[in-house]
Design a binder for this molecule. Structure first.
Ligand code: UD1
Length: 372
């Protein structure tokens, strides 16, 4: 436990992007309370977990729930029961959860049922698709949280409308804090890329269940990537790799497609900044493109980060329409760097603003002072 001024704050996370955001949240929350860092262990591979601790200088968690992979029900249930036992043992005054993963859901529900106030960081986002596990998770967590820290104006308005009894505070996005702190010291792209890639390349990441769980969709998207006129570097998530292995479709890299293992946060930012185009289904990579000025195609039916689309930084392409993906990629290859405004998700001080709101909830200041 790290010592702050007063009040015990359990900070819960468990997946790759959450470790990144926890890196700044942990520091800022330590200014207002004693932080107990809890990693659920949802992501456990070195590339998805320990590598990010190392790169971002995050101290080891105080507790790891070691839940690993399982069905949604089993994974969420394991997080719920283990988090409950841990909250009984360490008696936090507040539980802070991030985003929309099964880790977010399990820890938030465990806290809510013990009547411990829940703080939801990244509250108020919607994809309007209840088939997505993440959409279910984020709606439930928004419903049980006392303090909703929102990344953007649309999320703030939605939360004020849907949850008039909760405190809603617009903090911006902690991922921007991390990017701003790290962007000046990224590795050289030549040290990250496999030899045959050259200067002009597309950076790709694909991991969503909506794509990986439908082999023909995944296959047709990879086929388009392998036929684009510049090399496509795909940093392959273990879920995608497992899906391709299961169907015997794992390509060693064909045509323009160059497959590499998942890369670290710093390497991913370096590739995103240097690429002529990014093709992804990751929420984090969409925003990183927006902040770094790299054109982005999101291979999904919808996005929670609609501002990136509205500002012209991001184009949605359905995975059901591989020809549209091919045409969009061709059209954007020479689009150049984006000149869109960069402040849709705050100014890079989200972690400090979350801490300010948590301090108010802990009773250091009236919550009304931050809610207005
Ligand atoms: C999870 C989140 C998603 C987030 C993503 C970031 C949920 C429902 N989804 O998706 O919102 O964008 O993390 O990466 O919580 N696996 C490994 N090694 C690991 C982790 C996972 O091999 O370290 C494989 C396993 O086969 C596992 C599969 O990936 O079954 C899915 O992992 P899971 O954590 O459930 O979901 P993600 O796809 O990573």
């Amino acid at each position: 436990m790290e010592n702050g001024s007063s009040g015990a704050i359990a900070l819960c996370y468990g997946t790759r992007p959450q470790v990144v955001k926890a890196s700044v949240l942990r520091k800022s929350l330590t200014q207002v309370g004693a932080v107990v860092a809890i990693d659920t262990g949802q992501h456990y591979d070195y590339e998805l977990n320990a590598l990010h601790y190392e790169q971002l200088g995050v101290a080891a968690p105080d507790h790891c729930l070691e839940v690993g992979s399982a069905s949604h029900a089993e994974q969420t249930a394991a997080i719920l029961t283990r988090a409950e036992a841990l909250f009984h043992a360490c008696q936090p005054d507040i539980v802070v959860v991030i985003g929309d993963t099964n880790s977010t859901l399990g820890c938030a529900l465990a806290a809510a049922k013990l009547r411990i106030p829940v703080v939801h960081v990244e509250a108020g986002l919607r994809a309007r698709d209840m088939q997505m596990a993440e959409e279910i998770n984020r709606r439930v967590v928004d419903s049980v949280a006392q303090l909703l820290c929102t990344p953007c104006a649309a999320a703030t308005e939605r939360m004020r409308r849907e949850h008039p009894d909760a405190v809603v505070f617009e903090t911006g996005d902690g991922a921007y804090d991390v990017l701003r702190q790290r962007a000046s010291a990224l590795p050289a792209v030549t040290d990250v890329l496999p030899g045959r890639t050259g200067d002009r390349f597309i950076y790709a990441t694909l991991h969503r269940a909506e794509l990986t769980d439908t082999p023909e969709l995944l296959r047709s998207v990879l086929e388009v990537l392998s036929q684009l006129p510049v090399p496509v570097v795909l940093a392959m998530h273990p879920r995608t790799r497992a899906a391709l292995l299961a169907t015997g479709d794992l390509p060693a890299g064909a045509g323009s497609l160059v497959i590499m293992p998942p890369v670290g946060y710093l390497e991913s930012l370096a590739l995103t900044r240097q690429a002529v185009l990014v093709i992804t289904d990751s929420g984090g990579v969409q925003r990183e493109c927006y902040w770094l000025g790299t054109p982005c195609i999101t291979v999904r039916e919808e996005t929670e980060w609609v501002e990136t689309v509205d500002l012209g930084a991001n184009r949605l392409v359905s995975p059901q329409q591989p020809e549209t993906l091919r045409a969009a990629a061709a059209a954007l290859l020479d689009a150049g760097r984006g000149a869109w405004r960069r402040d849709a998700y705050g100014n890079g001080d989200a972690a400090a603003r979350v801490a300010e709101a948590v301090a108010a909830l802990l009773g250091h200041r009236p919550t009304a002072a931050i809610a207005d």
